[in-house]
Design a protein around this ligand. Structure first.
Ligand code: ATP
Ligand code: MG
Length: 230
């Protein structure tokens, strides 16, 4: 009954604009095999976030189609789509509730063991245990105690637990201290394994771990190569 996506994404001549008078992506074609890690880079306004939002189906193409494992995204059941494709945004936003609730957001029936396993996998367990009430800490009340890097790790744990076939990550531009930076980098390695990942990358270290780097300009891909070749 449950549809399991493999994670093969394909843009077939996708044209998209937020309004009729301005095209952001013109006849865009791109094939991303299942399991590939893509680093998406390019100047501001190039269309990187727009591409991500089309994959997450915040918007649909004006023309052409976007498929997952050969199925038009518009034909997928919303439940299947939400399970298959997860987007982690720059803000790494925390919702009101406990740390555990925040990690379990995409999988409300998760047990505390599963929540902790996800936190361990991305290296978030140690700092969570040091919070006043551990996993039961209310992130609103003690929000000030959770740093930007820690918020990111919590959202990584959330994505790890949700275990989507496709993960989209709009990497934060804000700089973190060096230990946090290293921790995020290690967590990324774990998070990206065994799934298709598209990272809007701002860090060179992230570009380096990608299988493939796409450079975007004015809604087009102007370079498509391995990190080493670029
Ligand atoms: P950045 O590196 O600054 O995040 P980006 O590559 O993610 O840039 P997009 O956010 O995809 O770029 O924007 C591409 C173009 O679409 C820009 O010209 C932008 O002004 C426009 N745009 C983005 N979002 C909207 C929107 N909601 N409504 C109208 N135009 C938009
Ligand atoms: Mg953007």
């Amino acid at each position: 009954d449950l549809w399991e996506a493999r994670g093969h994404l394909r843009f077939e001549d996708v044209t998209f604009g937020y309004s009729d008078d301005r095209t952001i992506l013109p006849d865009f074609a791109l094939d991303i095999p299942a399991g590939q890690t893509i680093a998406l880079v390019g100047t501001t306004g190039a269309g990187k976030s727009t591409l991500a939002k089309l994959i997450a189906r915040f918007y649909d193409p004006t023309r052409g189609r976007l498929t997952l494992d050969g199925v038009d995204l518009r034909q997928l059941h919303p439940k299947d789509l939400r399970r298959a494709i997860v987007m982690v945004t720059q803000e790494a936003y925390l919702f009101s509730g406990t740390v555990a609730d925040n990690i379990a957001l995409g999988k409300p029936d998760a047990t505390l063991d599963e929540i902790q396993a996800a936190a361990r996998a991305v290296g978030a367990h140690a700092f969570i245990e040091r919070l006043p009430d551990g996993y039961a800490t209310d992130v609103n009340k003690r929000g000030g105690r959770v740093s930007a890097g820690q918020r990111q790790l919590i959202s990584f744990a959330r994505a790890f637990l949700a275990d989507p076939a496709v993960l989209i990550l709009d990497e934060a531009t804000a700089s973190l201290d060096i230990p946090s930076e290293r921790q995020i980098q290690e967590a990324l390695g774990t998070l990206l394994a065994d799934r298709t990942a598209i990272i809007i990358a701002h860090r060179l270290s992230t570009v380096a771990i990608a299988d493939r780097v796409l450079v975007m300009e004015h809604g087009r891909i102007i370079e498509d190569d391995t990190p080493a070749a670029l």
